[in-house]
Design a protein around this ligand. Structure first.
Ligand SMILES: Cc1cc2nc3c(=O)[nH]c(=O)nc-3n(C[C@H](O)[C@H](O)[C@H](O)COP(=O)(O)OP(=O)(O)OC[C@H]3O[C@@H](n4cnc5c(N)ncnc54)[C@H](O)[C@@H]3O)c2cc1C
Length: 629
């Protein structure tokens, strides 16, 4: 196949799906969207099922990474690094927290040379995507939100006791409640809230669901090619004057094809996929490319470098009466989740007629709950269970933003999730894994999460074959500052737990027995710094937020044009000059919105709405007053 389009977009994820959808609002603009995955499976809509989309090669790239100075007790001492592989990308497998970041994050980008990326300049793009459903459960700064955008943003229903009590405890410990996506995020004392989530009526609102599904994917000017891994950006011209002309991709049958871009190629493969594609195309550090046999077309030493990510350590507390038993979650997922061998219902539904009355009642209740979610969007499964969070400053640095996040999981999960998704051996972590992770056990997990890491990792090319994974070196805790911040957040988390509402008694922090012995810790003791550090070194795991591997100023310019190559841009989490101090999906979508508008302005496209400062048409009155204020 050989076809010409105006734009070829590689990767239909958080940013790429938006770019393809927005550009094709102009009926005269022909776009090819090349995506390695397929359309999402039905489970993608089901918020509580998100862990099942990881470690599934149909929906996850199955990367693991070298953690650097931690991960000592993770399976094979490797860090999981899931990345969504489907239309919607990681917005289809993520935990759905809708968090934009601190205004100071973007102002620091702008002050560092990313012209056009200050908070006031990016806010219209956050709002453009957002379709907030107001809720009495949270404080909303209405001026910072939009209720009409395509991405559903809402608060789960019903709210979970563990999350509500976390918010109360954090308030009692001095962190005020407020809108973390609005005026309250900048405060010195920080902010706590239930999460706003990328859901609409209890269902996931990925960028596939919000931007492509339905009318958009039927547009005659949009060609979506799924099951197609881009293997190379096609470059013309002598070294030093390279021009991107198209993309080569491989389909599942191993065949290579090419598509050509008359205007530009936009790479939106994410913080791992984008640098990887540039490297195999010969755009990267010369010595590294030549070592793997890739001819260097553009010596770009920063491609794949400056990798930032968030990682957190789980602090686990038994929480009778306030945590959520896995049995309840399982039942709410519907009868299929309760079938043998893991569950009590027969493996074959045809055998259901022979079940006991108790099992019939169980099945009926599971059906009722699942139908309630499917029809009304309510129920335990309407969120990922990652349901509330606080941000604040430790005072140790990065005073332009908050350097700390702390979130709550209202459920202790089960052995399978600990060993697969977290790569933690429950029999080593818990004194009695069968008891702590029993189907009826109730626990809360507080996640201590530094959000302005100073350590930098890298994506390094291992092979010239785009089908081989690159070497992902996270290098966590390389800078000692990051461990100091981690300790401060763990201490603050213990303080929040000490302020838990008085009608409830949480159990003591569970410390892995071998670390308790090593540090002479007995249950109920205040853990020493050395013990908390050891927990972080052994058991921290990624919050799944890699960024900055093609960052503005090093690989691309503020217009996202790859330096040294014409007609090639990168637009996704990889261009962030630094990771934002919060979850990264909203900022990735914002990058997609802004990139689409930059392209529309440059090529005179008639897209439905321009919200930015460099609008090609007169901005809407709302946008004009926003810019003036
Ligand atoms: C398990 C998990 C949980 C998370 N939880 C949250 C959360 O709760 N809140 C939050 O804000 N953020 C969360 N994140 C992070 C957030 O989802 C990402 O930061 C964001 O989706 C990144 O967007 P992106 O456009 O950069 O990349 P992606 O959304 O990953 O999109 C990249 C796309 O490109 C495709 N691709 C890559 N390479 C190629 C190639 N060579 N050829 C063709 N296609 C290619 C991929 O298949 C993918 O579809 C989570 C991420 C994960 C993985």
């Amino acid at each position: 196949m050989s076809e010409h389009f105006d734009f070829v977009v590689v990767g239909g994820g958080s940013a790429g799906a938006i770019i393809a959808a927005r550009l094709t609002e102009d009926a005269g603009c022909r776009v090819a969207l090349i995506e390695a995955g397929e359309r999402p499976p039905a489970a993608e809509l089901l918020p509580a099922a998100c862990p099942t989309l990881q470690l599934n090669p149909e929906t996850d790239w199955m990367y693991t990474a070298d953690p650097g100075h931690c991960g000592l007790a993770l399976a094979e001492q490797r860090m999981m690094m899931p990345r969504g592989k489907m239309l919607g990308g990681s917005s289809g497998i993520n935990y759905m927290a809708y968090v934009r970041g601190h205004p100071g994050d973007f102002d620091a980008w702008s002050q560092g040379g990313a012209t056009g990326w200050s908070y006031q300049e990016v806010l219209p793009y956050f709002k453009k995507s957002e379709g907030l459903e107001p809720s009495d459960e949270i404080t909303v700064d209405a001026a910072a939100h939009n209720t009409d955008g395509p991405v559903g943003v809402s608060v789960r229903s019903p709210t979970l006791i563990g999350a509500l009590e976390f918010v109360e405890a954090a308030q009692a410990a001095g962190i005020p409640k407020g809108d973390y996506n609005g005026r309250d995020r900048g405060g010195a004392t920080g902010v706590v809230s239930l999460f706003q989530t990328t859901t609409r009526k209890g269902k996931r609102s990925s960028t596939y669901r919000a931007f492509l599904e339905g009318e958009t994917e039927q547009r005659v000017n949009l060609t979506i090619i799924t099951g197609a891994q881009a293997t190379r950006v096609l470059l013309d011209g002598a070294s030093g004057q390279s021009v991107a002309t198209g993309v080569e991709y491989r389909t599942a049958d191993g065949q290579l094809h090419s598509v050509f871009a008359d205007k530009e190629v936009v790479v939106s493969g994410g913080a791992i996929g984008s640098p990887h594609l540039l490297l195999v195309s010969g755009i990267g550090p010369r010595a590294e490319l030549e070592k793997t046999g890739v001819p260097c077309r553009v010596d770009s030493p920063h491609v794949g470098k400056h990798l930032k990510d968030h990682l957190h350590v789980a602090l686990f507390f038994p929480a009778p009466g306030c945590g959520l038993p896995m049995a309840e979650v399982g039942m709410s997922l519907g009868p299929d989740a309760l079938r043998a061998p893991a569950g009590p219902l027969p493996a074959d539904p045809q055998d259901d007629a022979d079940m006991s009355d108790d099992l019939k009642a169980l099945k009926q209740e599971a059906e009722r709950r699942f139908n309630e979610w499917a029809t009304e969007g309510r129920g335990l499964i309407s969120s990922s269970l990652y349901d509330a969070s606080a941000w604040f400053s430790t005072g140790l640095g990065d005073h332009h933003t908050h350097d700390a996040q702390m979130a709550v999981l209202a459920c202790g999960y089960n052995s399978e999730l600990w060993s697969t998704c977290f790569r933690i051996n429950p029999d080593e972590y818990f004194d009695d894994a069968a008891k702590r992770l029993a189907a009826d056990a109730e626990s809360v997990v507080i996640l201590a999460n530094p959000v302005q890491p100073h350590s930098e990792g890298e994506i390094v090319l291992e092979s010239a074959d785009a089908g081989d994974h690159p070497d992902i070196r996270m290098n966590y805790f390389d800078d000692p500052h990051d461990m100091r911040v981690m300790l401060a957040i763990q201490r603050r988390a213990l303080d929040v737990v000490a302020h838990w509402p008085s009608h409830r008694t949480l159990g003591s922090l569970l410390v892995p027995p071998f670390l308790a012995r090593k540090h002479d810790h007995t249950e109920g003791d205040v853990p020493s710094d050395a013990l908390l550090e050891d927990m972080a070194r052994h058991y921290s795991f990624t919050v799944y937020h890699p960024t900055s591997t093609c960052r503005i100023g090093s690989v691309v310019d503020p217009e996202l044009k790859v330096m040294g190559v014409d007609k090639l841009r990168v637009a996704d989490a990889s261009v962030m000059p630094n990771v934002v101090s919060g979850n990264t999906n909203a900022a990735s979508m914002m990058i997609g919105e802004k990139a689409a508008e930059m392209l529309a302005v440059e090529y005179g496209l008639q897209i439905a709405e321009f919200v930015g400062v460099r609008a090609a048409r007169p901005a809407s009155s709302e946008t004009r007053s926003e810019m003036a204020s």
